[in-house]
Design a protein around this ligand. Structure first.
Ligand code: C2E
Ligand code: CA
Ligand code: CA
Length: 684
């Protein structure tokens, strides 16, 4: 091989860091060490007499067979003296790599050789690839991209950026990136961005920009600093995405989250937010505020009788009327159901809140046409004041609610200011309710027994069980102080059951002991009929205690029969069928409607003690008692006169043909042991 190159060339050839080879007649006949390194061969002889295609993959990247293409390149070099082109070679380990090849004709003595130089261009190829990819991404992404120099002058943008802002590429190149500012953000906002870019190299957030047509729109912007190899910042990039659409959905979601879909008024959540804000302002400005709680009266019956659509129409009408009365700065909210609230801020005085409430009442209580029906809404309003009644949201809403209930109790179509006493009352009630719960668990409720006496014989023929509460701290508590609350809270169901059970057990024991029958009268509250278990509970008590059905009388009042007539009558019938007796308590104080009485399976009447009271002197009462007794006899009902306090009253009752009596004249209600003593005395 050595003879093909003269000595001086030989040195250049050997020491070149580029791969160099010699081709003679289409075959390699010499190469330098750099070639061996590049291909991974150890000895030159391995390359001798090889055709270039043998050191290449079978095809080149343009698809031509390497053999054909190599011959073509060689002949081009032969024709032109030299030829430069790109080629893919294959290393001994099978990996391909791109090279730039320069073929140069060298005339030798009797033939023409080709001098070959290969330069590895893998790195350049990779860079080109990468550039192509990033250009592709830039061009095709829907996010706007902007690149600026360190002075924020725009040096590159992509089509999406141009489209987003409505400018052409030429219009923006070279401009300062702040050119599209919307004017919606203050200097501090942009300072914060700069700060973040400086310290952390990036920033992202929502920002408003202005399009070429002047339209201001929201974008999500991501800014990044690009550093050069030495770590010095050299560019900023900005990635813009249009979020107008997202903003719109957000607004719709907010509407759903904070407004009542029916009346379009703020809902409870927004009401809370507004009230908190209003209170904050009040604290700062030392101003006053009034909170109105509005509740429609008898709304449920409207809903039940005319249907929900009518109810909805009514709510919309009421909401509109309230809104028309108050100033636009005041909040009218719908809390759900038939409850509305109004926040009146900047209140001049207490009086003004009352005036607003009166105006609301006046405007709302006007006929509304719902279909063919003319309906007048009724409402009750409660008012609490900041700072007079309370200073926080919880207290103010609670107090306005309480005041509203007071207004309702006064018959509705009223407004009522909160008073401190309301709070104390309700706190007392809450304590009592809790204590009652514990009392029910610890058997603090016991029956006292009052005898029912046969007027003719003077003998005890029955007994009424009357509840008493042995309170651990407050001693004996009378029923008037706990029965109404127990009825309201529902605790009467448990209480009634406990009294009935104890009384059955006790009276059964006395009957056995004295070998004598007594009737046992137990009071039932209307609320107990709401429990589906009433009939079952009573029967269980009778079975467990062995008390005979026919000796039990349940006392109910007339008002209980007036409510849910069918439901109550149904249960009373079931009880009556098992042999239990029914009596009407406090007879004469209620409706005393005969037609009602006939529809219930009654056994007796108890004449209310107000008629017995002045019986000896009040002729009017004498007439009433006389009428009741004759009516009872006609209806084959037993009669008991209660509240008998004197022998004169007893005498009169006897004249009027009353058979049984009950009252202090005979005995007060007594605890079991004392009642037993009384029994022992009268029976022996
Ligand atoms: P009521 O059923 O009308 O009971 C008669 C009330 O009159 C009892 O009051 C009794 O102590 C009282 N009384 C009896 N004789 C006289 C008298 O000669 N003069 C006067 N001034 N009063 C007399 P008490 O025990 O305070 O019970 C009051 C009410 O509480 C009862 O009226 C009844 O409605 C209710 N109550 C008592 N215990 C129960 C119970 O276990 N369940 C239910 N649901 N209510 C009960
Ligand atoms: Ca009674
Ligand atoms: Ca009574």
């Amino acid at each position: 091989m050595a003879e093909v190159l003269q000595d001086q060339y030989r040195v250049l050839f050997e020491q070149s860091s580029d791969a160099m080879l010699i081709i003679d007649d289409g075959q390699f006949v010499d190469c330098n060490n750099a070639t061996l390194d590049m291909l991974g061969y150890v000895s030159r002889s391995e390359l001798f007499s090889t055709h270039p295609s043998q050191l290449s993959p079978p095809f080149q990247s343009d698809g031509m067979p390497s053999f054909d293409k190599a011959n073509m390149m060689i002949s081009l070099a032969m024709d032109n003296g030299s030829h430069r082109f790109e080629w893919v070679h294959r290393k001994i380990d099978g990996t391909d790599f791109p090279v730039e090849v320069l073929l140069t004709k060298i005339p030798a003595d009797d033939r023409v050789l080709l001098h070959v130089v290969w330069r590895d261009i893998s790195a350049r190829k990779k860079a080109e690839e990468k550039l192509r990819l990033s250009t592709y991404v830039m061009e095709s992404t829907s996010e706007g991209i902007v690149v600026t120099d360190m002075d924020l002058n725009i040096i590159e943008v992509n089509p999406a950026y141009c489209e987003l802002l409505g400018y052409t590429r030429d219009e923006v190149l070279g401009r300062n990136a702040g050119f599209a500012k919307s004017g919606r953000h203050d200097a501090a906002f942009y300072e914060a961005i700069w700060d973040s870019l400086g310290t952390r190299g990036k920033w992202q957030g929502e920002i408003w920009d202005r399009r070429k047509n002047g339209e201001v729109f929201p974008i999500h912007l991501r800014l990044n600093t690009v550093y050069d190899e030495s770590g010095k910042p050299c560019f900023y990039t900005g990635l813009f995405s249009d979020i107008s659409h997202r903003k719109k959905t957000e607004a719709q979601l907010e509407e759903l989250a904070f407004y009542d879909p029916l009346t379009k008024l703020p809902n409870r959540a927004l009401f809370h937010q507004r009230l908190r804000q209003a209170l904050k302002n009040c604290r700062r400005l030392k101003s006053n505020l009034a909170l109105l709680f509005i509740d429609l009266d008898r709304f449920k019956s409207l809903n039940d009788s005319l249907g929900h659509t009518s109810g909805d129409m009514m709510l919309v009408a009421v909401g509109e009327r309230i809104k028309n009365v108050v100033r636009s700065m005041d909040t009218v909210a719908r809390m759900g159901g038939d409850e509305f609230t109004v926040i009146i801020s900047d209140l001049t005085n207490e009086h003004a809140a009352g005036e607003v409430a009166a105006k609301i009442l006046k405007s709302v209580i006007q006929p509304v046409w719902i279909g063919a029906h003319e309906i007048i809404p009724h409402m009750s309003i409660g008012i609490s004041l900041y700072p007079k009644d309370g200073e926080n949201l919880e207290d103010l809403t609670r107090y306005a609610d309480m005041a509203m209930y007071h207004a309702k109790n006064e018959g509705g179509d009223h407004f009522h200011f909160f008073r401190d006493t309301m709070n104390k009352e309700s706190q007392k009630r809450l304590t009592l309710e809790n204590e009652m719960n514990s009392g029910l668990c610890h058997a603090q409720f016991v029956p006292y027994y009052q005898p029912i006496v046969d007027l003719q014989s003077g003998k005890i023929v029955g007994v009424e069980a009357l509840a008493r509460w042995h309170h651990p701290d407050r001693g004996l508590i009378m029923p008037d102080d706990f029965i109404p609350l127990a009825e309201e809270s529902g605790q009467i169901v448990t209480l009634g059951h406990q009294i009935l059970h104890q009384a059955c057990l006790q009276v059964k024991q006395w009957m056995d002991q004295y070998a004598q029958k007594f009737t046992l009268a137990v009071n039932l509250s209307g609320r107990q009929f709401n429990s589906n278990e009433l009939v079952k509970d009573i029967q269980t008590s009778l079975t467990e205690t062995g008390f005979p059905h026919s000796n039990l009388t349940l006392e109910i009042t007339e008002s209980m029969m007036m409510g849910h007539v069918d439901r109550v009558r149904n249960q009373l019938n079931q009880l009556h069928e098992t042999g239990i007796n029914l009596a009407i308590d406090d007879f004469g104080t209620g409706y005393s409607s005969l037609s009602y009485l006939q529809r219930f399976p009654l056994n007796s009447l108890k004449i209310d003690r107000s008629f017995v009271n002045d019986l000896e002197s009040d002729r009017n009462n004498q007439a009433i008692v006389k009428a009741i007794i004759s009516m009872a006899i006609a209806m084959e009902l037993d009669v008991v006169a209660e509240g008998v306090e004197s022998s004169e009253q007893a005498w009169y009752l006897k004249q009027l043909d009353c058979k049984k009596v009950q009252g202090y004249f005979y005995s007060k209600p007594l605890p079991a042991e004392q009642f037993k003593e009384l029994l022992t005395k009268t029976i022996s």
